[in-house]
Design a protein around this ligand. Structure first.
Ligand code: PRP
Length: 180
């Protein structure tokens, strides 16, 4: 059964305004340099698509796909690459972009892995941060919104694969929430 949404947490207008600000901040920080933006599939695609159009510096775009550890397995933090980067990041300025940081296990693993490839700089940008759920420390350099511990969907985020197309970010009705 398809889950149901409850209420809007962040509107499309609020997201657009914040993404513009993030784009300006990142463009300022990397002024005069080139940037490789790395999106994490699938949740980041909508955010990445909007963010890069707010960057005023030369960028390239790549994606990685990583396996989710899922709700049923213990959160060991061991994440598997389903799709690795197409390009080398050695000596390059890299900005990892994800939709949400929750326990931090996925991004901790990914950032550790990428940092071993010797990029010149490695920064993290997340649209949503749920700090109350954090299990491991992860440095978040650019953050869109800090949110409470609710199951959120829309703007790329899913519940059981649904709602990625919603322009606003919604809270899922608790009784209908399922993990992807
Ligand atoms: C989400 C999100 C992060 C991760 C965050 O991906 O995009 O990568 O979970 O969780 P964590 O901080 O607890 O590790 P998900 O596994 O839902 O896959 P998706 O991006 O394909 O929706």
């Amino acid at each position: 059964m398809r889950p149901e949404v409850d209420s809007v947490l962040i509107t499309a207008d609020q997201i657009a305004a914040r993404v513009k600000e993030l784009g300006e901040e990142i463009s300022r920080d990397f002024r005069g340099r080139e940037l490789l933006v790395v999106g994490i599939l699938k949740g980041s695609v909508v955010f990445v698509a909007d963010l890069i159009r707010n960057l005023k510096i030369p960028i390239c775009l790549d994606f990685v796909a990583v396996s989710s550890y899922g709700a049923s397995t213990t959160s060991s933090g061991v994440v598997r690459f389903l799709k690795d980067l197409d390009e080398s990041i050695e000596g390059r300025n890299v900005l990892v972009v994800d939709d949400i940081i929750d326990t931090g296990l996925t991004l901790r693993y990914l950032l550790d892995n990428l940092s071993r490839r010797q990029p010149a700089e490695l920064k993290l940008c997340v649209l949503l941060d749920k700090p109350s759920r954090r299990k491991v420390e992860v440095p978040v350099h650019y953050r869109g919104f800090t949110i409470p511990d609710a199951f959120v969907v829309g703007y790329g985020l899913d519940c059981g694969g649904w709602f990625r197309n919603f322009p606003d970010i919604w809270v899922v009705k608790k009784a209908t929430a399922v993990r992807a």
